[in-house]
Write a protein that binds this ligand. Sequence first.
Ligand code: SF4
Length: 297
Amino acid sequence: MDRFTEPQMRPPQEAHSLLLRATQGCTYNKCRFCYVSRGYPFLAVTNEELARKAERARPFFPSTTPIYLTGSNPFALPFSRLASWIAVLRTSFPRFARLSMQARIGDIAAKSDEELARLAGLGLTHLYIGTENGNDAVLALMDKGHTAEDIVRELGRLDKAGITYTNFYILGMGGKGRGVESGLATARMFNRVHPARITTTGLTIFSNTPLSDMALKGAFVEAGEREKIEELRAFLGELCIDTFYDGIHYLNPLNFRFRVGDEGARAEALREMDDVLASMSDEELELMVGRKHMHSL
Ligand code: SF4
């Protein structure tokens, strides 16, 4: 019987990759909004388990397939363990195109520059990282475990090592009244690094999280959909790096996807946000998004 019980998840961008489970649970498990991994003890696959799954998948994927290792932060494992996983994967897929997985900022900090460069050389060339926000007060409020400066430092180390990255950013994470300042702070933070892609989701309070307790006690007041859109507008207006913005997600108040360096596409998205903000009342925006009826996946 499979000793892993947590459902496997993957970013939408990995829809065509070979998915193999690496871990369940999260080594950190403290972010107050987090609804994934909670209640699942941290487990990592053995080389034998990984080899068995990779061999089973071999007839169904090309030898050049991209591979995504699932789990909230498999990159927490030490260099030697990650390197041995890669050796296992090379046995079944000697020419895999790239390997990617999720990482926390602290997982990157725990590795030396040499280890990061060696992992890139072995094929681990892309990480998905829940940076979440560039506003230190908001990061602390959610007990995220890193600051904006930590993010800039560690992403800069990935740049040097040759590992590309996708960053997640949560709109409305600071609660009511902190939207625009968070949008500007997050854009200014990302302007100092080189994310291949930034994806957003709108903060949603799910039950059985520390954040839902905070909200019940009045220690956290949720930002409305208007404020989340204003935060997104401030963010996209301030961002000045040529990255890809992917906001197609059911938790977002509005959905856009475009290359930020394409000024025409960005101007059109900003205009559309302005139109929505000007033409719809707060009540209409809440009804349109329907966040109260959203469920975690
Ligand atoms: S690092 Fe990710 S998985 Fe772990 S608690 Fe935070 S949000 Fe959840």
